[in-house]
Design a binder for this molecule. Structure first.
Ligand code: ZN
Length: 206
């Protein structure tokens, strides 16, 4: 059984005037925003694809077709949430994510801390599990484009262990009930009332 998996995501959007720039789930002060059917949050899109990719659940386009009017100007946190649901459904949780933004402006370093906190919040993980780096597109002639690469490491949620500890609690409660029943029957001559079949069928736990 595989316990860890890795996912990779990439996205790019062109800068466009008259649009609010949104990166990492937050509004960023800049004269231009990113063109796109949704809010154009290139970092959240790359991250969404990395998480979906980690559990081989498709990509952002297969869940949210660009032509669908429902996702016009959509908050990209919706896409990230869906990826988190898919991750959970597959039985995995995030170990860490790492991202690299490639854009000429604005400067990311002064806001990277705030952005990490925001993304960590959206992912329900600690800030130390989120890395956001940025660089300029040297030699790529892509000054009017924002790109983002993202990787996500995920690990299997150890459900069997959790079930085992639940069974232990149930068993200890059962033994305690048996002791009480034995005491009652010996003192009062009350017949044992406990059913022989277990009260809890662990096969029912999904
Ligand atoms: Zn995108």
């Amino acid at each position: 059984m595989m316990d860890t998996r890795i996912g990779f995501g990439y996205d790019s959007h062109e800068f466009k005037s008259g649009v609010q720039l949104r990166l990492g789930g937050m509004a960023v002060e800049h004269p231009e925003g990113l063109a796109g059917h949704s809010d154009g949050d290139v970092l959240l899109h790359a991250l969404t694809d990395a998480l979906l990719g980690a559990v081989a659940a498709g990509d952002i386009g297969s869940f949210f077709p660009p032509g669908d009017p429902r996702w016009k100007d959509a908050d990209s946190a919706i896409f990230l949430n869906l990826a988190l649901e898919e991750l959970q459904h597959a039985g995995y949780r995030i170990v860490n994510v790492d991202t690299t933004l490639i854009l000429t402006a604005p400067k990311i370093a002064p806001i990277a801390g705030e952005m990490r906190a925001r993304v960590a919040d959206l992912l329900s993980v600690g800030i130390d599990q989120v890395s956001i780096k940025a660089k300029t597109p040297e030699g790529l002639n892509l000054n009017h484009v924002a790109q983002c690469h993202a990787v996500a490491l995920v690990e299997r949620v150890q459900e069997p262990e959790e079930l085992k500890s639940m069974e232990e609690v149930i068993e200890s409660q059962r033994q305690l009930e048996d002791v009480v029943d034995d005491l009652l029957s010996s003192v009062h001559g009350v017949p044992k009332k406990r059913a022989t079949s277990p009260v809890y069928d662990t096969e029912d736990i999904t």
